[in-house]
Design a protein around this ligand. Structure first.
Ligand code: ADP
Ligand code: 5GP
Length: 218
């Protein structure tokens, strides 16, 4: 019995905790995978090509745009980021639910192209907490202008929350992961997402002679 995987979009201002949350979410939810984006930014210390991102040169990224290789792409903080269309499709066709951790520009494109995409926005508890998390992220090498840029972008991004289907506040990590997990499970239970299973079950009813059904009661 094969079912097409869900497409889940998750956005949050940089520093909110989406990498941390989604890492734990995919560990806790079998059948859910995180999409690996392409980016033209350089790897941070500890990041690996093909693990955290596919790191590619800007020229290669532009070639990929030209070739129509992306489901969505955007310029975020002066660097390109994009979701490979073929990889995403392969996972969904194999019945895996795919979560895209992408910015608000990319989320808008996905929602236009994929009508049944599920969009989740993660909010930090406050602006002050976001700033503290951005400053505290040890592997990051943010200079003050980079930090200000991210915080300014965050102000614009939180205004987009109304365009999403769900919102979760990342106050406490485990509680937030739990809420995200429940959202995924609820989306998996939608009639639209269960069509194949429903058909298979209903077919077993259609195959039965109504007289036999009555026999069962007697
Ligand atoms: P993003 O991927 O949204 O940029 P990260 O996952 O890198 O954010 O998290 C930014 C920083 O905040 C990291 O140092 C992470 O450990 C920390 N963090 C994430 N969620 C929480 C939380 N609920 N409470 C405290 N710190 C958190
Ligand atoms: P970072 O450089 O901190 O890993 O990511 C910076 C921003 O780029 C984050 O807001 C993240 O959501 C966004 N991002 C990462 N991958 C993609 C992608 O494939 N598409 C889009 N549109 N944004 C992405």
């Amino acid at each position: 019995m094969s079912r097409r995987g869900l497409l889940i979009v998750l956005s949050a201002p940089s520093g909110t905790g989406k990498t941390t949350l989604v890492g734990r979410l995919v560990e806790r939810v079998p059948g859910l995978v995180r999409s690996r984006s392409y980016t033209s930014r350089v790897p941070r210390p500890g990041e690996e090509n093909g693990v955290d991102y596919h790191f590619v040169a800007p020229a290669r990224f532009r070639d990929m745009i030209e070739a129509g290789d992306f489901l969505e792409w955007a310029d975020v903080f002066g660097r390109f980021y994009g979701t490979g269309a073929a990889e995403t499709e392969r996972c969904r066709a194999a019945g895996l639910d795919v979560v895209l951790v992408i910015d608000v520009q990319g989320a808008r494109q996905v929602r236009r192209r994929v009508r049944d995409a599920v969009a989740i926005f993660v909010l930090p508890p406050s602006f002050g907490t976001l700033e503290a998390r951005l400053r505290g992220r040890s592997e990051d090498v943010l200079d003050p202008s980079d930090l200000q840029r991210r915080l300014c972008t965050a102000r614009r991004e939180v205004e987009m929350v109304g365009d999403y289907d769900y919102v979760v506040i990342n106050n406490e990590i485990d509680a937030c992961v739990d809420r995200l997990r429940h959202i995924v499970l609820a989306e998996r239970s939608r009639v639209g997402a269960m069509r194949e299973t429903i058909r298979t079950v209903v077919e077993t009813f259609e195959a039965v002679d109504p007289a036999m059904g009555r026999q069962g009661q007697g």
